[in-house]
Design a protein around this ligand. Structure first.
Ligand code: VG1
Ligand code: CO
Length: 543
C-alpha cells in the first residue's frame, strides 16, 4: 500500500451549480476529473483532516467506482473516519440526518438528482457541511477557486473496500465504517410523525402507491411504509435502485412519473400516490384524481402543522424559493408567521433554519422539508401528508379544495425549455431585462405590472448578497411571470418559465391550470420572443 501524490492540471469548469458539480458521466470519467474536485474540497475544508466524512450516493452509474476513489483519497488526506452507506448508497436527506446525528465534519453526496443516469447519463457530486446542509455559496466558490489552482492530489493505492455488507475496515490509519443507510433516517421519521395514526390508516384499508422510480428511495420506502407502517406489500413500486434508473428520468413530476399518474387518475385508483427522485430529496404528491402542486403542498403542510407531533406548538416561520408560488405566504400571514423569499437552491434555506427563523421551507421544483434536517426530503413530505390524512380522515382532493376556499388558489405552472443554445438563452434573458424600465405601470394580459426586476437576495442572517437570481414581472393582483436559467443542466441551457395567478373566488378555482394561465403564458412568450430566439414552438416539459 502506497500513498501517491499525483501531479494534475486544473479543469476550468468545476464551479458547482444550483446543487453541486453536475456533468455527464463521460465528462466525470476524464482522467483526474473527479480526483481534482475531491482534492479541492478536502483542501478547502481543513476540519475534515482528523475528522469524519459521510459518503454515499443515489446508486447511479459510476457511484461505486467514485466511492472507492474517494475512500482512497480520504485516507491519503488524513481524514480519520469515513462513514459510507452500504453499497455506496445514501439518499440526500439521509446524508443530512447522518451528518447531524453523528456530528461529522461534512459529507460528499454522489448524485445528479433527477437527471438521467447510466453511461450516457449524468453524474454529480456535492459537499454538505457540518450542519448537514449544502455548502453555502461562499464555500462552493472557495472550492471552485481551489480547483483552478490545483497541481496535485493525494491517493492511496489500495484494493476496493467491500461495501456490500456493514462493517469496519481501514485504509492506512483511516477507519471506514460501512453502515445501513436506512436506519438513522427511519428512526428520525418515527420521532417526527404519528406512526401509530398512520398504521391505523393503513389498517382501515387506505390504499397508497409510492413510486421510487428505480432510484434511492426504494430501500427507505420499503422499510418505512411497508415494514414500519404496515402498508401492504406492493405499495412501493420500482423499489430497487438501478444504475440507469431503468432508462427513465428519476424525476417525480407529471411528465416523468406517468405510470403512477395514470393509476391515480383512474376512478378506481388508490387514495394517495407519491414519488421521489434520483437522490430522494424531491416529492410529488397525488390524491385520487388530484395533483397537489409543490407550492400548494408547502402551504398545506404549514396550515396543518399542528396535526404533526414533531411540529405541534413550535412552528416559527416559512421560506420558499422566489419562483415558488405565494400560497405559503397566505398561510404565514394568517398564522402571524414570518415568511421569506430566497433564491432557487436549498443552500439558501440553511442560515434561516440554523438561526431558528423558519420551520418549513420549499421549492416549486418538488422540494419540501423542515428544520429536522438541512436538505429537502422526499419521504418526509410523503409522511407529512400521510400524518395529515390519518388525522383529518378526508380525501386529498377535499383537503386541497378546502384549503383553496380558505386561502385562495395560486394557479401555477412551470414550462421548461431544455437544451437550448446557450448564447440564444443569454440573449433572450438580456432582451427581457432591457424592457424592464418600460414595463412598470403598463396594462398587460388584463393586469397592471407592479414591478419588473432581476431578483437579488440579501441573506437576513449573514447579510450575504446573491444577485442575478431570476427575472420577475409582478402584477398588482399578485400574478407573476418569472424567467430563470437552470443551474443543474449539463447540455446547453435550460430556460425555466414560471407562471402564477392568484384566484380568491372559490367558484373560479376549478379551471384547468394551463387554461387559467393561458393569457399570462402567451404574454411571457411574446415578451421573451421565445419561439424566434430559441426555435422552439413548445416547452420540453410542463409541470
Ligand atoms: C433545480 C430546481 C431547484 C432545485 C435544484 C436541485 O435547479 O429548479 O429548485 O433546488 O434543481 O434539486 P435549476 O437550477 O436547474 O433550476 V435536486 O433534486 O437536483 O438536488
Ligand atoms: Co434531488
Amino acid at each position: 500500500m502506497e500513498l501517491r501524490t499525483v501531479a494534475t492540471t486544473p479543469f476550468d469548469d468545476q464551479r458547482p451549480g444550483t446543487s453541486g458539480l453536475r456533468k455527464t458521466v463521460t465528462h466525470f470519467r476524464q482522467e483526474n476529473y473527479l480526483e481534482n474536485f475531491v482534492q479541492a474540497v478536502f483542501d478547502t475544508v481543513p476540519e475534515l483532516k482528523g475528522g469524519t466524512l459521510v459518503l454515499g450516493g443515489d446508486g447511479r452509474f459510476y457511484n461505486r467506482e467514485a466511492c472507492q476513489t474517494i475512500l482512497r483519497m480520504a485516507a491519503a488526506n488524513g481524514i480519520a473516519r469515513v462513514m459510507v452507506g452500504r453499497d455506496g448508497l445514501l439518499s440526500t436527506p439521509a446524508a443530512s440526518v447522518v451528518i447531524r446525528k453523528h456530528q461529522t465534519q461534512g459529507g460528499l453526496i454522489l448524485s445528479a438528482s433527477h437527471n438521467p443516469g447510466g453511461p450516457d447519463g449524468d453524474f454529480g457530486i456535492k459537499f454538505n457541511t457540518a450542519n448537514g446542509g449544502p455548502a453555502p455559496e461562499t464555500l462552493t466558490e472557495a472550492i471552485y477557486a481551489r480547483s483552478r489552482e490545483l497541481s496535485e492530489y493525494r491517493i492511496y493505492d489500495h484494493p476496493d473496500i467491500p461495501l456490500y455488507e456493514t462493517g469496519v475496515f481501514s485504509i492506512a490509519d483511516t477507519h471506514i465504517i460501512v453502515f445501513d443507510p436506512v436506519s438513522d433516517y427511519a428512526e428520525l421519521m418515527e420521532e417526527v410523525f404519528d406512526f401509530e395514526a398512520i398504521r391505523q390508516l393503513f389498517l382501515g384499508g387506505f390504499r397508497m402507491r409510492f413510486d421510487a422510480m428505480h432510484a434511492i428511495t426504494g430501500p427507505y420506502a420499503h422499510d418505512i411504509l411497508e415494514r414500519r407502517l404496515g402498508a401492504p406489500e406492493g405499495t412501493v413500486i420500482h423499489g430497487t435502485p438501478l444504475p440507469d434508473f431503468g432508462g427513465h428520468h428519476p424525476d417525480p413530476n407529471l411528465a416523468h412519473a406517468t405510470e403512477l399518474v395514470n393509476e391515480l387518475f383512474d376512478d378506481a385508483g388508490p387514495d394517495f400516490g407519491a414519488a421521489s427522485d434520483g437522490d430522494g430529496d424531491r416529492n410529488m404528491i397525488l390524491g385520487r384524481q388530484c395533483f397537489v402542486t409543490p407550492s400548494d403542498s408547502l402551504a398545506l403542510i404549514l396550515a396543518n402543522a399542528e396535526l404533526v407531533p414533531g411540529y405541534r406548538g413550535r412552528v416559527c416561520g416559512v421560506a420558499r424559493s422566489m419562483p415558488t408560488s405565494g400560497a405559503a405566504d397566505k398561510v404565514a400571514k394568517k398564522l402571524g408567521l414570518e415568511a421569506f423569499e430566497t433564491p432557487t437552491g436549498w443552500k439558501f434555506f440553511g442560515n434561516l433554519l440554523d438561526a431558528g427563523r423558519i420551520t418549513f421551507c420549499g421549492e416549486e421544483s418538488f422540494g419540501t422539508s423542515s428544520d429536522h434536517i438541512r436538505e429537502k426530503d422526499g419521504l418526509w413530505a410523503v409522511l407529512c401528508w400521510l400524518n395529515i390524512l390519518a388525522v383529518r380522515q378526508q380525501s386529498v382532493i377535499d383537503i386541497v379544495r378546502a384549503h383553496w376556499a380558505e386561502y385562495g388558489r395560486n394557479y401555477y405552472t412551470r414550462h421548461d425549455y431544455e437544451g437550448i443554445d446557450l448564447v440564444a438563452a443569454q440573449g433572450l434573458m438580456a432582451h427581457i431585462e432591457a424592457q424592464f424600465p418600460a414595463l412598470t405601470g403598463k396594462e398587460l394580459a388584463g393586469g397592471k405590472v407592479a414591478y419588473a426586476d432581476n431578483f437579488s437576495y440579501t441573506d437576513p442572517v449573514d447579510g450575504g448578497v446573491s444577485k442575478n437570481q431570476g427575472l420577475r414581472i409582478g402584477f398588482e393582483d399578485g400574478s407573476r411571470i418569472i424567467y430563470r436559467l437552470s443551474g443543474t443542466g449539463t447540455v446547453g441551457a435550460t430556460l425555466r418559465l414560471y407562471i402564477e395567478r392568484f384566484e380568491a373566488d372559490p367558484a373560479q378555482q376549478r379551471q384547468d391550470t394551463q387554461q387559467a394561465l393561458a393569457p399570462l403564458i402567451t404574454l411571457a412568450l411574446e415578451l421573451a420572443e421565445l419561439p424566434q430566439r430559441t426555435g422552439r414552438e413548445a416547452p420540453t416539459v410542463i409541470t
